[in-house]
Design a protein around this ligand. Sequence first.
Ligand code: MF3
Ligand code: CO
Ligand code: CO
Length: 261
Amino acid sequence: MITIKSAREIEVMRESCKMAAKTLHFLGKNLRVGMSTEEINTMCHQYTINRGGIPATLGYHGFTKSLCTSRNDVICHGIPSPNEFLEDGDIINLDCTTLWKGFHGDTNRTFFVGTVKPEMKKLVDVTYDCMLAGIAVCRPGAHIGDIGAVIEEIAHDNGFSVVHEYCGHGIGRQFHEEPQITHFGKKGTGVEMRPGMTFTIEPMINFGKRHCKVLNDGWTVVTKDKSWSAQFEHTILITETGHEILTTFAPEEWKPEDDKI
Ligand code: MF3
Ligand code: CO
Ligand code: CO
């Protein structure tokens, strides 16, 4: 069932999404070469609970950490570990989901660690363009297939591939709701967008082939060919006239206290 959010529910979604966005921004500002992904997890956990939120990945289908940390050839669902350290030249995706007053906000970004090779910078930049292009087509009357069509076109034009097995999703009281948002597809197909829908767009773009596998830990998704992979995610709202990106905030909304755990 696709839920249409009421005006009151949208107000709460704005809050939970802004919390997720601020958490992600804080983590990005505090990344350092040599840091473990477990340290990132601890920061995310403390930042979230100190503001009254709940890190939604913790305990979700047995996931044991407060965010996903996906480095280099990890596509998504990387598990923070005290034995994994950030190295100069890495790319790392941090995926934060905040549960606040019963509603979820879900956002991720791929960050550069130190000096990254130009071809990997291009992968990350193109992935960001893919997400923004997917968001740009969203308005009442557009179809979910329109999103995947533009994402696939941009990725392929740049010689990259689109992961098929993991998708964006409706979001609200549930972390993952209907509809599924595939990052490939055909314009004019799929569910028609309506005001009050909230969903994520979160393309995973590989430098090499699109195929993936899940490691023995049951979570970590890596590229089969070991090529690097990038991802960006926003939660958006379909409005009467178009869309609103919920997982963001204006620069003037960043307060001195937002820099403290
Ligand atoms: N945040 C991810 C998403 O964008 C989902 C992570 S679920 C977990 O949908 F269990 F792997 F944490
Ligand atoms: Co998501
Ligand atoms: Co996410």
